[in-house]
Design a protein around this ligand. Structure first.
Ligand SMILES: *Cc1c(COP(=O)(O)O)cnc(C)c1O
Length: 452
């Protein structure tokens, strides 16, 4: 044990000296003894000192069937025995070809073409370029995108441009292209001052006004279907997605759905779009696509969009975009195994059962004096902490209540990561009833401890 503590200390020293962690206020990091995760096992993470934690946010919303799943492990090893990487520019390979076919078969609507990238932000960049170039190739100048307030589509400059999280937007404003925005379906704090459910209708209809004034310049609407994840698991009222996309459709505007967070079962169906029978023109997927094993993402397009890029090379209708590791064979092989496990283990049926339990487990917490609202779609949960339930007054930002709850949960054996003062739970879909019960009770205890 002493040996392991020494090792942890040595690793931590190098981490503090040389690592720059993503989305991490590094001053605070230097004072924190965050675990160094060495192994995973099902829904558990194990650190270098042998401590075990429930992976309460699926290793940042990516893990699906648990860690070290035998089928996924075997697919990875098998592919490594053949080919780790070969370019997708000017060449092809079996794993990604097969994956494209499988994705098209399960995708909503009429999506027939798959463009691979390595992360969600890149999948969004590609969708934006496809939408813009689609119109350009058809001889129409449409350079405007409509996005939602509170939207999150990734951290690259194009993805931030169509994002609506004020803090990120403020920081990089001078670098971003301008967009038109419509309200967020954040009913708990409706920016239109409406109440549920009329707020959902009102905020969808805001799109009509935007399109009235500048519709002929708009290339596409981009939206996270059903759930605005990074906004704090903002769950749209029923019918909102359907209504917004119908309005866009009626005006001939392309619809881009960003299923990077919601895809692969997280909301209870394979893709969130299915729940409101929405048929997008472009769809971005990432995160859960490899079951949380390797970085891979994809932008799916309709044949109508794809065909606008056809022509002689000198017509320059080509999509000028690609990455060194586009369609990486190891990632594609694991993504295929991920889809196999969905079928073999009837993952969506399991989710249908445990999401009911999740709702039941969370119910008592909704009465907590410092819980303003609990939002949930399938296995995505946001628990919004407030200083005062009656007035919805938030806690002072300096108190960092969400972060404090996450630290308290860590001490009790669960890894969770908040979004501001929204405590997020998003366990692997494979989580058992016992593990889920434990995760929610640790979360409730941690909220009690921190707000006491
Ligand atoms: C996480 C996320 C992204 C960005 O994906 P990365 O792989 O982190 O680049 C994009 N859109 C949504 C909705 C996300 O939740």
């Amino acid at each position: 044990m002493n040996g392991s503590l020494d090792r942890t200390r040595a690793l931590r020293a190098v981490d503090r000296a040389h690592v720059w962690h993503p989305f991490t206020p590094m001053s605070a990091w230097l004072d924190d003894d965050a675990p160094i995760i060495e192994r995973g096992e099902g829904c558990w993470l194990i650190d270098t000192d042998g401590n075990r934690y429930i992976d309460g946010v699926s290793s940042l919303w990516v893990n699906v069937h648990g860690h070290r799943h035998p089928v996924l492990d075997a697919a990875l090893v098998e592919q490594a025995g053949k080919l780790a990487h070969s370019t997708f520019l000017g060449l092809s390979h079996p794993a990604a070809i097969e994956l494209a076919g499988r994705l098209v078969a399960i995708a909503p609507g009429a999506l027939t073409r798959v463009f691979f990238s390595e992360n969600g932000a890149a999948a969004v960049e590609v969708a934006l370029k496809m939408a813009y170039s689609y119109w350009r190739n058809r001889g129409e100048a449409r350079d405007r995108f409509v996005r939602l307030e509170n939207a999150y589509h990734g951290d690259t400059v194009g993805a931030v441009s169509v994002g609506g999280i004020d803090r990120f937007h403020e920081t990089y404003r001078a670098l971003l292209f301008s967009t038109a925005s419509i309200p967020s379906p954040y009913c708990y704090r409706c920016s239109l001052g409406k109440t549920y459910p009329s707020c959902g209708v009102a905020c969808a209809e805001a799109l009509e006004r935007v399109l009235d004034s500048e519709g002929d310049r708009v290339a596409a609407l981009i939206i996270e279907p059903l759930v605005q994840g990074a906004a704090g698991i903002v769950t749209a009222p029923d019918g909102h997605l359907r209504r917004v996309t119908e309005i866009a459709r009626a005006r001939g505007i392309l619809v881009i759905v960003d299923e990077v967070a919601t895809g692969f079962g997280r909301t209870g169906t394979m893709f969130a779009c299915e729940q409101e029978s929405v048929e997008p023109d472009l769809m971005c997927v990432g995160k859960g696509i490899t079951g949380g094993y390797l970085p891979l993402s994809a932008t799916l397009a309709t044949e109508e969009i794809f065909s606008a890029f056809l022509g002689a090379p000198e017509e320059h209708k080509t999509l000028y975009h690609g990455h060194s590791y586009s369609g990486n064979p190891l990632a594609a092989a694991v993504a295929l195994a991920n889809l196999d496990v969905f079928e073999r283990e009837r993952t969506l049926e399991h989710v249908a059962e445990i999401e009911v339990l999740l709702g039941e487990l969370l119910a008592p917490l909704a009465e907590h004096p410092h819980v303003g609202e609990i939002r949930r779609r399938g296995m995505m949960v946001g628990i919004e902490l407030v200083a005062d339930r009656a007035t919805k007054e938030p806690f002072d930002e300096a108190l960092q209540m969400g972060a404090a709850v996450a630290r308290a949960a860590r001490a009790r054996g669960a890894i969770i990561r908040p979004l501001g003062d929204v405590v997020v739970l998003m366990p692997p879909l494979a989580i058992s009833r016992e593990e889920l019960t434990r995760l929610v009770s640790i979360t409730a205890e941690s909220i009690d401890a921190v707000t006491a």
